[in-house]
Design a protein. Structure first.
Ligand SMILES: [Fe+2]
Length: 203
């Protein structure tokens, strides 16, 4: 008897690695620390023991190339998922500087189609992975009798951080970041993206 599985309603995390990451990141790194120097307190959201900038990168010229790549990634994903053509993709982005001991509590991002993170500088493997929680909340009612994780049985998936890598995922997918157990800052840029038609309905 042949039994075939079929995935229904899959939750995707899209990933890419920038080819020019070395030069691109060394440039970004300076701007990230300069931003913190201007606003040493930052904002407090899901971040524990870490510094987070205001969501202002989309307005800053020194982050112009990163902003463009965020939009390009999400346009490509939207295209792959047959989003309407001619949508305008808007985003907000912010810097995270997470020193040793910093982490992010589990959270999600409301009111956006995509969220993501791009890694600028870190010390792998102990700097803390981003992890995603199973969005099939009703499945939490019953633990499955297995010690090995499969796509079907997993409750949490950890994705390794890497300099020059971006992860993009639906804003509703719950995620957190492990404690940075390395001896260096983990520096990343996070973003939310919303795609809307050029002509918005006016009430
Ligand atoms: Fe997040």
């Amino acid at each position: 008897m042949e039994i075939k599985p079929q995935a229904l309603f899959p939750s995707y995390v899209w990933s890419t690695l920038f080819n020019d990451r070395k030069e691109f990141n060394s440039n970004l790194l300076k701007h990230c620390y300069a931003l913190r120097d201007k606003d040493p307190v930052g904002v407090r959201k899901s971040n524990g023991n870490g510094w987070q900038s205001d969501s202002i990168l989309q307005n800053l010229d020194e982050f112009k190339d990163m902003n463009l790549r965020i939009i390009q990634m999400c346009q490509a994903i939207g295209h792959s998922q047959l989003f309407e053509p001619n949508l305008i993709y808007r985003h907000q982005a912010w810097v995270n500087i997470s020193p040793p001991g910093a982490y992010n509590k589990v959270h999600y991002h409301a009111n956006c189609h995509f969220s993501g993170v791009y890694y600028i500088s870190l010390k792998a493997p102990d700097c803390g992975s981003i992890y995603f929680r199973d969005p099939r909340v009703v499945s939490r009612m019953l633990t499955l009798p297995t010690n090995q994780q499969t796509d079907f049985t997993s409750e949490e998936v950890h994705m390794p951080p890497e300099e020059g890598r971006a992860y993009v995922f639906p804003g509703w997918l719950e995620h957190g970041v492990e404690v940075n157990n390395s001896d260096q800052d983990r520096i990343s840029i996070s973003f939310n993206v919303f795609a809307a038609s050029a002509v918005s309905p006016v009430g």
